[in-house]
Write a protein that binds this ligand. Structure first.
Ligand SMILES: [Zn+2]
Length: 175
């Protein structure tokens, strides 16, 4: 889930499998969020400004956890589906689930990646909660035509890229 820069054809899950796996995916997501909310750190100062800019409302609630390896679903059917759809894999560098942001330690300084995750946090708030957001995100990712990545991913990528590009332009102006 929430993988950045993984461009692979998205395998479509049939509706029955999807409905069966959805509660498992939500449970997994909620466990990750709870763990990170307990053990993560508050946003660094610069990211507080970023969070405000991308529309996160409950900024104080956001927690960030650096990890050596991405947590992957352990439940066999969910693990298999996530491998098949490539929604979350070993190559993910960061994920955002609810108010939890998990970043691989080797990607910690990647500003665009961090902004991308903060957009997902804002999306989750707008969805009305983690359960709704997980459904929305997974419907998006498993149904999108033409091997695109879905509207939520598109938005996260676009906003993060635009903010970084605007900053680069401003910096070069003052050089
Ligand atoms: Zn994403």
């Amino acid at each position: 889930m929430l993988c950045l820069l993984v461009k692979v054809p998205v395998a479509v899950l049939d509706q029955e499998t999807f409905e069966y796996l959805l509660p498992l995916a939500y449970q997994w997501a909620r466990n990750i969020e709870n763990f990170v909310l307990q053990h993560g750190s508050p946003l660094p100062r610069r990211q507080v400004t970023d969070a405000r800019q991308v529309g996160v409302k409950d900024i104080c609630r956001v927690r960030v956890l650096a990890v050596d390896r991405m947590p992957l679903p352990g439940e066999p059917e969910l693990a298999e589906a996530s491998r098949r759809t490539q929604i979350i894999t070993d190559s993910c560098r960061a994920i955002a689930i609810g108010h939890a942001v998990v970043i691989r330690a080797d990607a910690w300084g990647d500003r665009e990646l961090f902004l991308h995750q903060l957009v997902h946090v804002a999306q989750c708030e707008r969805s009305g909660g983690l359960e709704q957001w997980v459904r929305h995100y997974l419907v998006d990712r498993t149904n999108c035509p033409n091997f695109t990545i879905g509207a939520l991913e598109e938005e996260a990528r676009r906003i993060a890229r635009e903010i970084c590009a605007a900053e680069a332009a401003a910096e070069s102006f003052f050089l």
